[in-house]
Write a protein that binds this ligand. Structure first.
Ligand code: DMJ
Length: 629
């Protein structure tokens, strides 16, 4: 009534005053730092992460800041824990990112005292601009406010260029040291055997001077491409490239294992494309990627283990409709990268769906997963058995690595990883006697077994990588303890080489070491996991003992597995130095992984595959991190 009695002028003045006060209020609220943003993210995170995940607490904020412009620091988060290696004095610092130029242009392998490498760095500016918009969630993961709830695949638009194409600034050569030269010599010896007796075939049989076929796709050659690039082996690389260009044909009526061909062939081609910038490798990667896609046509979308890449049909193994959990959850880095490079989201969609599904299903034990999953029902099978070894190993590795690859935005991956590591601590960690080595055993229907596969030795490296990326410091402590154990799996054995599986003594017995070996487990397949972890540990701590341990291992490979006419061989008996019983097979991962990690371990150049720019797939093929730190 009173309002109506007021004149028009009086009403306008009152309305103006109200409007003025409202604007002042908004301004002062905004200047408090846009609190609604963090509130929104926090509540979203809260909803998704109940109950609280141990180890992911505000008390342990990330030490790695979100990707950001140089000189800015977001909130109270400390600066990135750097890779610890001393930089070679003559390496110029520039805008950070790694690229290795083609070895024949820049990497000069000369005499023992005159070896050099040039590393260059690409333009960073537009990436920085993109990442500037990111904010950090309360748990330290990077969230882009407008993107955090969308699947990454929806963001795919334009095909990406190889990371090498962005390379620009050149740095001074970093000398190659004697240990790296020894790795190059070992590689050349292995390659000689492959070239002389197995060229274009899957694996060398160095004793019978012949070869074995698995998929008939030149597996060793493809697995070794990026190793040759990194080692600077120009001639060998060129020759292998020619074979890829002229002889690598995927239109073949052959069954391949989805996981093995993804990590070795697709991963190898993608990584070589990134390092070399040569589109031949991307074309081949697209071809094999497309041919593997029928594997995902299953009732549950959990892929079959095998695909006929010529016929376009897929199937599980003859005796079961199960797939292996590690296999279906360790193809993601490669297919996601293929989507990013091609602009075709179908690859990423297929593999992301698998991860999302595995995230939701029951049958886990504090984040630990069973070893099998059914392709019809999409449920875990053979419940109750938990291991970090064969059939489960790289599930854990890829949780962390996908999170890193995608710029640390996909919180479900991080949550599953953190929960799983807590599960490891709760159910699988024990200490041996007499040395009290920390080891990862297995759990079968509530019974603990002190058995540890050599495969588990990927774990210290993965834990260290997580800690470097901001996860809790106790992961690094555990990594340090476990790498010591993995080293002891070599050092306590007669040949100084680890067997495939060890059993740890839980009780001290006179005359017994920590490590016991059963006759069926005493073979060595030239596997990489311990050397891989040594590489991460050296990069992040700078502690030379890790290099020394790796050097011992290389010498023992040379002593017991080197075949004089060319190549290295798996052996049947690591306990018998006078007759280690050669098995007559050189696995492709010896060149793809073991020697590559050795070379990187002995390097003091942190930009030789910079771990803030690249993430290694489980076959040691480096793929770019989408939003580098
Ligand atoms: C490789 O093919 C990969 O590292 C895989 O993750 C495990 N097995 C071998 C090496 O041991």
């Amino acid at each position: 009534k009173k309002w109506k009695q007021l004149s028009r002028l009086q009403r306008s003045v009152i309305l103006f005053l109200f409007a003025f006060l409202a604007v002042c209020g908004v301004i002062s609220y905004t200047s408090m730092g846009e609190p609604w943003k963090s509130l929104t993210n926090k509540s979203l995170d809260d909803q998704r992460t109940e109950p609280e995940i141990p180890g992911l607490k505000l008390a342990n904020p990330a030490v790695l800041p979100a990707p950001q412009k140089a000189g800015t620091n977001l909130g109270d988060y400390p600066e990135l824990s750097p890779q610890k290696l001393p930089r070679a004095p003559h390496v110029r610092r520039g805008p950070s990112n790694l690229q290795i130029k083609p070895p024949w242009r820049d990497v000069r392998l000369k005499t023992r005292h005159d070896t050099s490498r040039v590393v260059e760095e690409p333009i960073q500016a537009d990436r920085e601009e993109k990442t500037e918009k990111s904010i950090i969630s309360w748990r330290g993961a990077v969230i882009e406010p407008d993107q955090s709830t969308e699947p990454p695949s929806s963001k795919i638009k334009e095909p990406e260029k190889p990371s090498s194409v962005e390379a620009e600034d050149q740095k001074e050569p970093v000398p190659i040291n004697d240990r790296q030269l020894a790795v190059i010599e070992a590689f050349r010896h292995a390659w000689k055997g492959y070239k002389d007796f197995a060229w274009g075939h899957d694996e060398l049989k160095p004793l019978s001077k012949s070869y074995s076929e698995w998929f008939g796709l030149g597996l060793t050659l493809i697995d070794a491409l990026d190793t040759m690039w990194i080692l600077g082996l120009k001639e060998e690389f060129e020759e292998a490239r020619k074979w890829v260009a002229n002889d690598l044909v995927f239109d073949k009526n052959v069954d391949v294992n989805l996981f093995e061909s993804t990590i070795r062939i697709l991963g190898g081609l993608l990584s070589t494309y990134h390092l070399s910038g040569d589109s031949l490798f991307l074309e081949k990667a697209k071809d094999i990627g497309n041919r593997l896609m029928p594997a995902f046509k299953t009732p549950s979308k959990i892929p079959y283990s095998d695909v006929n890449i010529g016929r376009g049909t897929a199937h599980p193994p003859r005796w079961t409709s199960d797939s292996t959990v590690a296999e279906v959850t360790s193809i993601q880095l490669e297919f996601r990268e293929l989507s990013r490079l091609t602009g075709d989201e179908k690859f990423q969609k297929a593999v992301d769906e698998v991860m999302k599904h595995v995230h939701t299903i029951s049958g886990k034990n504090d984040g630990l997963v069973p070893m099998f999953i059914n392709t019809n029902s999409g449920q875990f099978t053979h419940l109750g058995v938990y291991t970090l070894g064969a059939r489960a190993d790289s599930y854990y590795e890829y949780l962390l690595k996908q999170w890193i690859q995608g710029g640390k935005k996909e919180n479900e991956l991080l949550e599953d990883y953190m929960r799983a590591i807590e599960g490891v601590k709760k159910h699988l960690l024990q200490r041996s006697q007499p040395k009290r080595l920390t080891f990862v055993g297995e759990l079968a229907h509530g019974h603990f077994s002190a058995k540890m596969d050599h495969l588990v030795c990927f774990l210290p490296g993965t834990l260290a990588l997580g800690a470097h990326n901001g996860l809790t410091a106790d992961h690094m402590k555990l990594a340090e303890a476990l790498i010591e154990t993995c080293y002891q799996m070599y050092a306590q054995v007669e040949t100084g080489l680890s067997p495939e599986i060890v059993h740890f003594n839980l009780h001290a017995q006179k005359g017994h070491k920590d490590v016991e070996i059963k006759p069926a487990d005493r073979h060595n397949l030239l596997r990489p996991e311990t050397v891989e972890s040594l590489f991460y540990m050296y990069r992040f701590t700078g502690d030379k003992k890790y290099q020394d341990w790796g050097w011992e291992i290389l010498q023992n490979f040379n002593k017991y597995t080197r075949v004089p006419t060319g190549g290295y061989t798996s052996i049947n008996n690591v306990q018998n130095p006078s007759n280690p019983e050669p098995r007559d097979k050189m696995e492709s991962f010896f060149l793809g992984e073991t020697l590559k990690y050795m070379f990187l371990l002995f390097s003091d150049d942190i930009d030789l595959i910079n771990l803030d720019k690249y993430v290694f797939n489980t076959e040691a093929h480096p793929l770019p991190i989408w939003v580098p730190a």
